[in-house]
Design a protein around this ligand. Structure first.
Ligand code: NIG
Ligand code: FE
Length: 418
């Protein structure tokens, strides 16, 4: 099946030669192709060119069976890659939202048994089927916002059985939805109340029981630990990641959201694909990331929603780092998977340029979930995961119009989604 998009005002993030990421000054550059066409065949991007070239006329003759869509002067953008979410969860936590408005902090709520432990209780009471149905709705919601690839973590189970329940739901979402999914085992998301006095016992359970079981069922692509003040220490994190590496699980970890926790250094040392949050990033963390293959990933939805400080973005880019952005879609700190809004937060709160945020939610975020060879840009041979915008003047309009859904048509694996 071939699909030919014609009369495209501009193809954004187009690549003749694919790159693994863009870093430093390069982040403010974005390749585009104006007045163009795009050919998709068997779910793959086959070719592209300019409307005023001879190629287009030849193509129309040579591809008589292709469905031609007149894009009518709109933009074509790679579908967003969202490399950090917790979108498989049960229920919601708006009561904690109200408590925070009244003055309680996120950490205070967690200490009182709310927060992640509250979601774990709700998840325990929810059947696998119900959890799947709740999560499926969220997947379709993000597809309509233009997301074509998403990483999803466990971490609201906090015991073997419920962690496996979450991971099986993620596997079922992989099988039943057109979005590309990567799953991450996050047994070390919080310390369950019964181990509060002896957290190392819970760490031992993660290491000796959970990792082998998760691996045995081949349920996870990656491993995560919430390495931060009040959660897991760098030492505990290191032990968990060492065991994970024996099972071939690459880390993508939560680090430096609440303090200079040592999480960045721990993650980089263990070869993490990404370290995420990074509100507390200083010279030492930057130096360590510069020497690595780890993608620094920022979650401005969480710092916006919780009123936390923002990471030192300009310093990181000026130092030459690449940056990815993710939604962190979860019930406690970022109850939205809208990546266009995340781009707006990147511009408005983090003072990133539109080009920088677009790079951060496409090519760099594809790398942060191990998909840079197949997703994150419009390049020949990559998977045809794209969206057509509504009629907008240019790509800067996307982060500018922060409340609107500017996605018109989503095409995933070459298929139009409704
Ligand atoms: O990324 N920081 C840890 N985990 C999530 C929050 C999860 C929750 O509050 O439910 C986060 O912000
Ligand atoms: Fe998170």
């Amino acid at each position: 099946m071939a699909l030919l998009l014609s009369n495209i005002k501009s193809i954004i993030q187009i690549e003749e030669q694919t790159r693994k990421w863009v870093a430093g000054k390069e982040m403010s550059k974005l390749n585009t192709l104006e007045n163009s066409w795009l050919l998709i065949s068997d779910g793959i991007i086959k070719d592209f060119g300019r409307m005023d070239s001879e190629d287009f006329k030849r193509l129309v003759i040579n591809q008589p069976d292709a469905d031609i869509i007149d894009v009518n002067n709109k933009l074509v953008i790679p579908a967003f890659c969202d490399p950090h979410t917790h979108l498989v969860y049960a229920g919601s936590r708006e009561k904690e939202f109200v408590n925070r408005i009244r003055g309680l902090s996120y950490e205070e709520i967690a200490r009182r048994g709310g927060g992640i432990l509250n979601s774990a209780k709700l998840l325990h009471e929810t059947s696998e089927q119900d959890l799947y149905q709740q999560s499926l709705k969220r997947i379709w919601e993000i597809i309509r916002f233009g997301t074509g690839a998403v990483e999803i973590k466990s971490g609201y189970g906090l015991n073997l059985e419920d962690e496996l329940k979450m991971l099986r739901v993620i596997r079922r979402l992989k099988e039943t939805t057109p979005v590309e999914i990567r799953s991450t085992f996050l047994g070390a998301h919080a310390i369950p109340a019964e181990y509060k006095m002896n957290p190392d016992i819970y760490v031992d359970i993660v290491i000796n029981e959970m990792i082998p079981a998760v691996s045995g069922e081949n349920l996870a692509d990656y491993i995560d630990v919430f390495c931060d003040r009040g959660f897991f220490t760098p030492k505990q994190t290191g032990r968990i990641l060492e065991q994970a590496s024996r099972y071939g699980l690459i880390p993508k970890i939560h680090a430096n959201e609440l303090d200079f926790s040592g999480g960045v250094q721990t993650g980089v040392k263990q070869g993490a694909l990404s370290v995420d949050h990074l509100e507390y990033t200083g010279d030492e963390e930057i130096g360590c990331l510069l020497d690595s293959e780890t993608m620094p990933t920022l979650l401005p939805g969480a710092s916006f929603f919780l009123g936390l400080k923002d990471p030192p973005v300009r310093k990181m880019i000026d130092a030459g780092l690449p940056l990815a952005l993710a939604s962190d879609y979860n019930p406690g700190s970022s109850p939205s998977g809208n990546m266009n809004f995340i781009m707006s937060l990147g511009c408005i709160r983090l003072k990133m340029l539109p080009e920088e945020v677009i790079n951060a939610v496409t090519i760099n975020s594809a790398y942060a979930m191990g998909l840079e060879k197949t997703h994150g840009s419009i390049a020949r041979g990559k998977v045809a995961n794209i969206f057509i915008t509504k009629e907008i003047p240019g790509y800067e309009f996307l982060p500018y119009a922060f409340g609107s859904n500017l996605v018109d048509t989503v095409i995933l694996k070459g298929e139009i989604q409704n």
